[in-house]
Design a protein around this ligand. Structure first.
Ligand SMILES: Nc1ncnc2c1ncn2[C@@H]1O[C@H](COP(=O)(O)OP(=O)(O)OP(=O)(O)O)[C@@H](O)[C@H]1O
Length: 286
């Protein structure tokens, strides 16, 4: 597929020649430099963009054929900045907006909202003003708003940007639980290699609008040549493991590294997500 933005200076091609299949129940990371086309591609998954050439299909049917409401119910998109999504004056109104739009009302709507708020651990805060929340809490409100629509797929654009290490871990553990327990398919655009290593078994690497690699994350982080070629910095546990492991597969997390070195979980416990906070392709702040 191909997509170009129309600008004053003419069309800017953002994605070109991408051929990608995401399977049900997967967690896939989309990585690559700034401007490589990750967000543009991701926005095709729920119809926020429509391909100029080729097409993007969901369950075998082209996304544009679904209509916005229909595809929105299947594929939720969580924006990088929750404030691009949040608009209501109370948490309840915010989370109820999606399912209300899809025609839910009464006790069924209440149940959906309560369940979504429980999942993100914001239950009991129905009347709170989401704009008075921390960034991490707003991110969770935004996620609850998507969860309340009961999607099959969730697309996250930089899900942990602006969250501290603990909030990052909490947010991503929640996402992992949705995948594990409810079978939600997850596609996440991220620069955070620690998050990729810990949560996404498959990584798609983009460059200049194209997919240049698509491989198991463990393979990517164990392959020095590929990491150098794509200019990706592996998370610390993988870097350490690569330095000492010989022919063994690399470690992706501190826990795995500790086990590989014959240690105990104590080492892992000592290092919560320091690796995820620093091991990005671009350094802090992204
Ligand atoms: N609204 C827009 N108008 C014109 N060009 C755009 C627009 N949004 C993105 N682009 C261009 O499309 C290309 C791909 O951008 P995109 O945001 O998809 O990349 P990305 O990999 O998600 O980048 P980042 O990591 O910085 O979020 C870039 O060249 C970018 O400048």
């Amino acid at each position: 597929m191909r997509f170009a933005y129309e600008t004053d200076r003419g069309p800017v091609t953002a994605v070109d020649g991408v051929d990608l299949t995401v399977r049900e129940g997967e967690v896939v990371a989309l990585v690559g430099h700034n401007g490589s086309g990750k967000t543009t591609l991701a926005k095709h998954f729920n119809g926020l963009h429509e391909a100029d050439e080729g097409s993007v299909s969901y369950r075998g049917r082209p996304v544009p054929e679904y209509g916005m409401g229909e595809i929105g119910r299947e594929v939720g998109y969580v924006f990088q900045n929750p404030d691009h999504q949040i608009f209501a004056e109370t948490v309840w109104e915010e989370v109820a907006f999606g399912p209300k739009n899809f025609g839910l009302e009464g006790p069924e709507l209440d149940r959906r909202v309560e369940r979504a708020l429980e999942t993100v651990e914001l239950d009991g805060l129905d009347d709170a003003d989401p704009f008075a929340f921390s960034k991490g809490q707003r991110q969770r409100v935004a996620l609850a708003g998507i969860l309340a629509t009961d999607p099959e797929v969730i697309v996250f654009d930089e899900p942990t940007t602006g969250l501290d290490a603990t909030q990052q871990r909490q947010f991503m553990d929640l996402v992992a639980k949705l995948n594990r327990e409810e079978g939600v398919t997850v596609v996440m655009v991220t620069h955070d290699m620690g998050t990729v290593a810990r949560y996404a078994p498959r990584t798609v690497v983009m460059r200049d609008g194209a997919v240049v690699d698509d491989l198991p994350t463990r393979e990517l982080f164990g392959d020095g040549a590929a990491l150098a070629e794509y200019d990706l910095v592996p998370p610390h546990p993988a870097a350490c493991a690569n330095a000492v492991r010989g022919d063994e597969p690399t470690a992706l997390t501190a826990e795995e590294l500790a086990t590989a070195l014959g240690g105990t979980d104590a080492l892992a416990d000592a290092e919560p997500v320091g690796d995820t906070a620093s091991a990005t392709t671009e350094g802090e702040g992204r």
